[in-house]
Design a protein around this ligand. Sequence first.
Ligand code: NDP
Length: 474
Amino acid sequence: MTEPILIAGELVEGSGEPIHLENPKDGSACGIYSTASLGDLDRALQSSNGASDSWSNIFPHERARYLYKVAELVDRDSEKLANLQMHQNGKTITECRAQSKSCAAIFRYFAGVCETQEGAVTTPRSNNISMTIHEPYGLVGLITPWNSPLTMDAQKLAPAIAAGNTVLLKPSEVTPGVGLALGKLCVEAGIPPKLINVLNGNGSQLGSAIVSHPDVAMVSFTGGTSTGKKIAHLAAEKLMPVALELGGKSPNIVFQDANIDEALIGVSSGIFSSTGQSCVAGSRLFVQENIYEEFLDRLINIAESYKIGDPGCESTEIGPLATFRQRKIVEDYIYSATDNGGKILAGGSRPEGLENGAFFEPTILGDIDPRSKIFQEEVFGPVLIILPFKEEEELISLANNSVYGLACGIWTNDMKKAWRVAKSIKAGTVWINTYKLLSIANPFGGTKESGLGREKGREGLGLYQEQKTVVFSI
Ligand code: NDP
């Protein structure tokens, strides 16, 4: 059976080329999804025309009720959603279940923000009352990647709808299922159907057509930096605002005075969880010279002891990469690192006994030149590079030696040093004595080539709104 697309709340067969999915666990076929042609995109935009006007006129506390209902439905379908994601991107069932819960929590959070968002009455500078109110853009495009659709799609859908917009979600071709399922739940929750469009399809054609279309007033994108730049160019042509959550090459820094046991857990899960396919993966590790050898030995032991295998098995810690193509990308990065003098200290190969799937061992590389590709570029796989450092100053310059600025981890018991370093590192998020501790309540995004704008947090609603000043003469 071919899965439909969702146009103005109606399930229809798209007229684009269908997507044939492959389960990364073993290469087996796992579904066919129809895709939207450019004609379907036009139809979606026409059918949704004006829907945002009536939705945004509903009082925020009433809009919030629909979002609470979506959260309930996500909880109801939690196990189904977790399995859907697992089959399409190979994430472990444990992580998928946790993300199903987060998905519901994201809808709840933005229901709360929607209900409690305040405008402002500004201090007058003449005889007037001036107010700032928030209005939706109207029709927004939401373009998402494959690594965590349960949270990435929800992080865009929930605030965009709560803010009063019509949405046009284009999920990744690798994971078309979750976005479609969430779109259906939004309709089931009673959100006016004309507001909800989920158009699966190819990024370079359908994705860029969404960005360029004159009726789309804002785009929120999560994905790779090179795609983000293309989207920014297209958006500039029509002077349209964009939010870009892009890639990273985040430093994780271990000082000699750190709690080593805790740092080892944080560093290893910071890179190897989700098989390294996380934008905030702590993929560059800097360890202070005095503890370097001991830390590395223990880290190698951890990397070699992970249970790799069937993502559906609860004891599995590391599943496959999301696609065979992604594994090839990871392998090419490793060849390029070793060609440049890098040394494989752990992993570096496909694990034995799992030949049918897109599996790859947790890998640690040493002897890395900071000018090399492996130091500078995002791998998006279970690959950690490790470098020693002597002093704080040298460390800060090494850590900031990147076009990216998404996240950073600092491990130390000296809080003054932690604060100093946190302030010196160019990153959207800094974790101290923890890593990858993400919350929908914290604004999230990158500096430099890691992106533009901040999602999540109370301000995450404002991303999908414009401010309007209203002045009453008195
Ligand atoms: P891509 O940039 O390849 O794709 C992301 C989305 O953009 C997909 O839906 C894709 O469509 C679409 N797309 C591709 N080309 C275009 C285009 N020209 N115009 C419009 N849309 C387009 O990223 P991946 O899916 O490979 O995801 C991995 C990347 O995402 C990594 O770099 C990672 O760091 C980043 N990421 C960032 C996060 C953050 O919050 N900062 C979070 C998670 C991931 P399709 O694939 O269907 O062709």
